[in-house]
Structures are given as C-alpha cells and as structure tokens.
Design a protein around this ligand. Structure first.
Ligand SMILES: *[C@@H]1O[C@H](CO)[C@@H](O)[C@H](O)[C@H]1NC(C)=O
Ligand SMILES: *[C@@H]1O[C@H](CO)[C@@H](O)[C@H](O)[C@H]1NC(C)=O
Length: 397
C-alpha cells in the first residue's frame, strides 16, 4: 500500500514535470518567434537618410513625403504588438553640424541612444559636404542596422535671402537651431543638443520634462550661470536677456508645434533686426531676448541638465549636480578636445570610443577608469561620482 501510494505520487509528479517542460518549450518558441519578428521588422524598416534639398522648389514635395512617412510609421506602431513599440513612442533628437564637428556630433547623438529602450529618431541638419561622413558613421552603428535608431540628414536652411548673414552669426551655422521650426516642419517636439554635449542617462528622462510644461511653455533651458557676479549676461550684456543670469541654449526641449503657433521665426528675426549691433553670442542672445519679452513661455530646468566647466572651475557652484548627479555634460570652451579641463575630455573620449551595441556595462566601467586617471583639478575631479551616477545605474539594462 505504501509502495502503491508512492507510485501514484511519483506518476503525478512526472505528469506535472512533463507539463511544465512542454509549457516552457511553448513559451520559449513564442519568445524566439517574437524576437525574430522584431529583428525582421527592424531590418525591413527603411533607413531614412539623405532627406535634403530644402530649396523652395522642392520644399513642398519633401514635406509631403515626410509627413506621409510619419503617418505610415504611426500606423506600424499600432499594428505591431510588441511591448516596445506599443508603449514607447519614438523620441526625436536634433543636432546642427558644421565644419569639423561630425565625430563630435555623432558622439553626442550616440549618447542619446545608449541608455534607452525606446526608438530614437535623429534629425541632423548639416552642411552638404558632411552628409556622406555622417551617413557612414551612422550606418556602422549596430543600433541603426537593427532599426532601434533612425536618422535623417537635412541641408542647412535659413530664412529669406540672408543665408550667409545667418550662417556667419556666431560659430559656423549655430544659428540654424533658431529655425528648426522650419526644417523639421512635420515634427511636434524635439530635443535639441549642442554637438559638444553628452547625455549620461536615458533620453526618456529628459523628454519627460515635457510633461512638466504648463500649457504655455514651449522650450526648456538652464541658466547661463548660478552666480550673478560670475555670469556674463548680468555683467556685460548690452541687450535684454531671460531670467536673472541669462539662459544657455545648449540643451533645449522644443515644442515646435507651440513655437510655430507663437510665430517664433518672426520674433527671432524681429529681435535680430533690433539688436544685431549689440549681440555678442549670436543666436543664444536672440533666444534670450525673445524669452526676456515672454518669460512665461520658458521652462527652466536645473544646471545638472547642462553641466559646464564653469560649474566646477572655481569651486562647485551647481548644487543640483552634487545632489542629483549629472544628467548632461556640456564641454563648451572646447574642453572635449583641448587640455584645459581633462576631466571633461576623458568623459568625451570614453563616449566617443564606445560602440553602440557593445555591452553597456563596459561603458560605466571605462568611464570610471578613465576618470580616475585624469589630472589634479580639485573641483572638477570631485564630481566623479556625479558623472558616474547614471551610467552606473543604467548600465544594467
Ligand atoms: C506640444 O504642444 C502641443 C500643442 O499644445 C501639444 O498638443 C503636444 O502634445 C505638445 N508636445 C509635447 C511633446 O508635449
Ligand atoms: C556585460 O558585462 C558584464 C560585466 O562584464 C557581465 O556581467 C554581463 O553578463 C554582460 N552582459 C551581457 C548581456 O553580455
């Protein structure tokens, strides 16, 4: 009897075991199939490149086709029931590239794609002679080939007949960012970053600031400085500027829909005509003038979203970076390339050499190693933990 009972239990257990194995097998097959479909879909998705020719003659055609494209993409998102595409809409990131900035720009753009699971669409406005280089770099990315990252390349576009005047304003073609409303004419919202910036956490996190915009705000910026006595605008500017210390335009969320409705382009041209003889920093000054007149349209985030050498040059004056960690580093004054602040250069070099698709854990490790071995700047070096905070946190994707 004891034996019989034991036999029954054994048989029951065996049946359960077999059922579990079969179930597992089925789930696995389903999973593999889904993955394959995902990859297949991704490789079939056309890599959209070389949308150019913003000349008036072809303008309408181009925009019509890019609108169609975004419509069909939307449809696809709804049709394909994978978790990623269903719950997470595409994030749009833009850069303006001139001169010898192709590697720097693609490094910045890469940084916006690394820590996220979302599809990222890059919009790169560049001088025509850089288009081939840019395409070559993007096409080497594993994430571009898999369709997780998409890119479009546009020609420069300035309003009216003043092409050369706008192009010369400040650094080569930095003023292009003033007119993204025109260039990206079928896009609702975009994250614009200077080529000498790097995002150190998921792009979703910065994009989420859009949710904090009130119903008027149409762009985000950080203050140009934390200390009025050390900041350029309150000390030297001969034109109006936004906030107490002026605003830095290196990292901006732009709601292009609202900017168009506001008449952004016209306001910028107006500011230019009125103040062109007293502006020093070109396009950033114009943005400051417009937001001085319309402070309610600007969303201001803290300096950890735009951390610059100034913040640690004479002691640390960005408290938010100490408290929260650094989300975006901005290597202005050329510090990604010169030897004035090797701390910043080490961050840049690490990101530059990282290959999309590589194990992300390696990025945090290399960053940590490379920052250990830099110079002796007491203030900036004290920020190592703030730099590493997010790469470490998000390197376990
Ligand atoms: C931008 O503004 C428009 C108009 O108010 C709004 O419909 C849209 O959702 C906004 N975009 C984002 C990303 O918040
Ligand atoms: C990535 O690298 C880390 C550390 O070397 C390792 O523990 C982890 O398993 C790797 N992940 C993948 C997906 O290979």
């Amino acid at each position: 009897m004891g034996l019989k009972f034991f036999c029954r239990v054994a048989i029951a257990l065996a049946i359960v075991l077999i059922a579990v194995v079969i179930l597992e097998f089925m789930l696995l097959t389903l999973y593999v199939k889904e993955q394959e479909e995902d990859v297949l879909k991704a490789t079939q998705e056309p890599i959209v490149a070389g949308i150019r020719g913003l000349e008036v003659a072809t303008e309408n055609n181009n925009f019509a086709s890019s609108t169609k494209e975004s419509h069909s993409k939307k449809k696809e998102v709804i049709d394909v029931p994978t978790k990623r595409t269903l719950t997470l809409p595409t994030i749009h990131v833009s850069a303006v590239v001139c001169g010898d900035r192709a590697v720097e720009a693609t490094t910045m753009l890469k940084s916006t794609t690394l820590f996220t699971k979302r599809t990222v669409q890059l919009h790169v406005v560049a001088e025509d002679q850089l288009h081939d280089d840019l395409k070559n770099i993007f096409n080497q990315w594993h994430t571009v080939r898999s369709g997780k990252v998409m890119f479009k390349i546009y020609s420069l576009h300035f309003p009216g007949e003043k092409f050369d005047e706008w192009k010369r304003l400040f650094k080569p073609c930095a003023s292009q960012r003033l007119f993204l409303v025109d260039v990206l004419d079928s896009i609702d919202s975009v994250l614009y970053m200077d080529t000498d910036t790097l995002l150190l956490r998921p792009v979703d996190d910065i994009w989420d600031h859009f949710k904090n915009f009130d119903s008027w705000q149409l762009a985000s910026m950080t203050p140009e400085g934390e200390e009025t006595s050390l900041t350029w605008y309150p000390r030297f500017a001969r034109h109006p500027f936004a906030g107490k210390n002026g605003m830095n335009s290196g990292v901006m969320l732009l709601n292009l829909t609202r900017m168009r409705a506001f008449g952004w382009k016209e306001k910028i041209i107006e500011a230019y005509n009125k103040y062109k003889l007293s502006i020093t920093w070109g396009d950033q000054d114009l943005i400051n003038i417009v937001f001085h007149d319309h402070p309610g349209l600007l969303y201001v985030y803290t300096c950890d979203w735009n951390y610059r050498p100034d913040h640690c040059m004479y002691g640390n004056n960005c408290g938010a970076a100490k408290d929260n960690g650094i989300s975006v580093v901005h290597g202005n004054r050329g510090v990604f390339h010169n030897d004035k602040q090797v701390f910043f250069k080490a961050i840049y070099n690490t990101l530059r050499d990282f290959k999309p698709g590589e194990n992300i854990t390696l990025l945090a490790t290399r960053l940590s190693e490379n920052l250990k071995s830099v110079g002796t700047d007491p203030y900036c070096n004290a920020m190592v933990d703030s730099v590493l905070k997010y790469p470490k946190k998000y390197s376990v994707l």
